[in-house]
Ligand binder design. Structure first.
Ligand code: PLP
Length: 409
């Protein structure tokens, strides 16, 4: 009889956001007259701007004519889009990335999940704690983490606690480490690594012979020009870092699906191996992936024109405006809040150290606000809540007004 991959049994029973959704639905079923106010999941809400819509239309229209129709494209992505990403996302910021180092994906989540497959099964993995759950769960299913202990920690995973008193800078592991997942601006804390901090981690990775998997999904929210938007702004990072990018948050492509991964040439996992990581990722992509949607890629090209970028900037400013509304509202209640300045997430300290899930229920019961419990992102998230700034302004204001009026603290 066929056997399942046993490591799937080491996963927690539910994905965090499914559990949040389930509890919200159950509350709604018990209280049908209540209007739920959502500051939970990081899903975009605003319509796409005209330049991007025109690009998507162009992609559709090309499918209508025999002369312009395209079927399967290049597995690695449309050469024009790879080129434009290299120019707009990197060269314009003084960073050289070659076109064949850019791999177009259907989003950062799939590539973040899949990138670990090119590394050895016994690789020692370090994650920021708290972290986006995908980094942990995909390594669990690959058999790298061992069992989940009653402490909430996996046996063989290296946790890098990110604490408020250290400005959420990850505590780097003392012993050996092979893969280091980093996310900046961070989901969930909203903290952004400075150039100096990033330089320290790059130096650490080079010393250890480790590879950094740098998730830059929220780079478009960085306002402060002194903060790095790509890990390659630290020059030595080309020797040790893979970067993952997405159009999801910058261009509202959460449903359209488009992203990219940069794997610098010349990076090898171990000296004994002739195959570079770039070659391996190329091989993996051509075998497992048939390329991103041609329509989405036309939209991506439009998003990276000067007009597309200016229009998207206004949408990003809208979300950052929401973040300011949430922050002000929570601070007026005397609560401690981090993040939200260069990121769409706010990281709220629960009052009196109340456990995250208890505060989740309290916000739901008293103010009808759906949030995300910090502990769902890792043990160091206990005692925190993540609030998302994605939403229509009126909905965000209604949620904040309700917290102000109804939350008993
Ligand atoms: N990386 C992080 C840190 C995220 O929070 C998210 C989505 O919320 C993603 C990646 C997913 O990006 P994509 O929509 O491109 O798959």
């Amino acid at each position: 009889m066929v056997k399942i991959n046993p490591y799937y049994l080491d996963l927690p029973n539910t994905y965090l956001f499914s559990e949040v959704g389930r509890r919200a639905r159950e509350y709604q079923a018990r209280n049908p007259g209540v209007r739920l106010l959502r500051l939970g999941v990081g899903n975009t809400t605003e319509p796409l701007p005209p330049t991007v819509i025109a690009g998507l239309h162009r992609g559709v229209d090309r499918l209508a004519g025999a002369a312009t129709y395209t079927g399967y494209g290049d597995d690695l992505g449309d050469a024009r889009l790879r080129q434009r990403i290299a120019e707009v996302k990197y060269r314009a910021r003084g960073v050289e990335v070659a076109v064949d180092e850019v791999f177009i994906s259907d989003g950062a989540k799939p590539d973040t999940a899949n990138i670990q497959t090119i590394f050895s099964q016994d690789a020692l993995v370090a994650v920021q704690d708290p972290a986006y759950p995908v980094y942990v769960d995909t390594n669990v299913t690959a058999g790298r983490t061992g069992k989940l202990l009653p402490s909430g920690l996996y046996e063989r995973l290296l946790y890098m606690p990110c604490r408020a008193e250290d400005d959420f800078f990850p505590a780097l592991p003392r012993g050996p480490v092979d893969l280091i997942y980093l996310c900046s601006p961070n989901n969930p804390t909203g903290a952004v690594l400075t150039r100096d901090q990033l330089g320290r981690i790059v130096e650490f990775a080079l010393e250890k012979g480790a590879v950094i998997l740098y998730d830059a999904a929220y780079e478009c929210f960085i306002q402060d020009p002194s903060l790095p938007r790509s890990i390659y702004e630290v020059p030595d990072a080309r020797r040790c870092a893979i970067e993952l990018g997405t159009f999801s948050k910058e261009a509202g492509f959460t449903g359209v699906r488009l992203g990219w991964t940069v794997v610098p040439k010349g990076m090898a996992a171990d000296a004994a191996n002739a195959r570079s990581l770039n070659e391996l990722w190329n091989r993996r992509t051509t075998t497992f992936f048939n390329g991103a949607s041609n329509v989405a890629q036309e939209g991506g090209l439009a998003a990276l024109t000067p007009e597309g970028q200016a229009e998207n900037r206004r949408v990003i400013d809208h979300y950052l405006g929401n973040a300011a509304v949430i922050r002000e509202g929570l601070e007026s209640l005397g609560l401690t809040v981090h993040g939200g300045a260069n990121a769409p997430y706010l990281w709220l300290r629960t009052p009196g150290g109340m456990p995250s899930w208890s505060f989740f229920e309290k916000m739901l019961e008293e103010a009808h606000v759906v949030s995300t419990p910090g502990v769902g992102f890792g043990p160091s998230g206990e005692g925190y809540m993540r609030l998302s700034a994605f939403g229509h302004r009126a909905d965000v204001e209604a949620a904040v007004d309700s917290l102000r009026a109804n939350l008993r603290i």
